[in-house]
Design a protein around this ligand. Structure first.
Ligand SMILES: C[S@@+](CC[C@H](N)C(=O)[O-])C[C@H]1O[C@@H](n2cnc3c(N)ncnc32)[C@H](O)[C@@H]1O
Length: 272
């Protein structure tokens, strides 16, 4: 009998091509570290310690390893087999890495995950959910996998990013500076065209409202710049530290919290 490997989606093909260099380009950059540490600070006050956590769009597993080392039992998924391969390789090399189960699984079909339910928290970092068109469907699937009252922390790219607009205006490139404003943009990654969605805070709240309530929003990368500013900001580590402190002070302010590079939404699974 002939068996066929399942066809890869555009997202899988696109992110496969980034996987080998992703940690060098983003995870280990000064901007990447600054933005991720802000997400971790917010997360530590929200998830019940050492609970069973479901991670979507895990990439190379940086957050999975962080949570596993905090004592969480982590199940991490990503559509890209090459990202999952990187994540598994890293997890093998660190203490508590064996507290993580990795799966190649698209967020759109997360309810098919062959893992132990229910989870007591859900997490997605750095824009994987901007690749998902049907957030209402995702909300229904996740609701069936989470205990009532469970927190979900989702970090989306924002619709309007002050840094991005200012940076590209400075470089006389309004087309890049405004690429998110329509709520949809086709990007090219590894020769693949990938649709990326930029829902507003209100659109996300609405998509999840039948199963989740929005508890809070934290701005990530408000004065800390986006990753393409890395070559410049890496030369100014003192300034980056100052910007991190400013972000920490202002990240909960209404409106401001949606104008950074990312926004971290804290949702809670309803009891009904
Ligand atoms: C910008 S990376 C972020 C990775 C990781 N969460 C981090 O914080 O470094 C986005 C990730 O989302 C994954 N992704 C994109 N679309 C997806 C989908 N539809 N289902 C599951 N994963 C997806 C990509 O493969 C990629 O690993």
């Amino acid at each position: 009998m002939i068996s066929f490997a399942p066809q890869k989606t555009a997202a899988a093909l696109a992110f496969d091509s980034l996987a080998a260099g992703y940690d060098d380009v983003f995870t280990n950059s000064s901007v990447g570290r600054a933005q991720r540490s802000a997400v971790w600070e917010c997360a530590q006050n929200i998830f019940t310690p050492r609970c069973r956590l479901l991670e979507l769009n895990c990439g190379t597993g940086e957050d999975a390893i962080h949570f596993a080392q905090q004592g969480f039992e982590v199940t991490s998924c990503d559509v890209s087999p090459a990202m999952i391969a990187q994540a598994r390789r890293k997890a093998l090399q660190v203490p508590a890495g064996d507290n993580i189960r990795f799966y190649v699984q698209a967020s759109e079909s997360i309810a098919d995950l062959p893992a132990r339910y229910p989870f007591a928290g859900a997490f997605s970092n750095f824009s994987g959910l901007n690749c998902v068109k049907d957030l209402d469907g995702l909300a229904s699937s996740l609701a069936s996998m989470l205990l009532p009252g469970s927190p979900a922390l989702f970090c989306f790219s924002t619709r309007y990013c002050l840094w991005e607009t200012a940076w590209y205006l400075l470089h006389a490139d309004l087309s890049r500076g405004s690429r998110r404003w329509n709520g949809y943009h086709e990007t090219r990654l590894g020769g693949i065209t990938l649709p990326v969605y930029y829902p507003t805070r209100e659109q996300i709240r609405h998509s999840f409202a039948h199963k989740f309530r929005l508890v809070g929003v934290y701005g990530i990368g408000i004065t800390v710049p986006p990753s393409y500013v890395e070559p410049w900001i890496a030369e100014h580590p003192g300034l980056l530290r100052t910007l991190q402190k400013i972000d920490a002070a202002i990240r909960r302010l209404p409106v401001i919290n949606t104008l950074g590079d990312h926004m971290l939404l804290h949702l809670e699974r309803l009891h009904t």
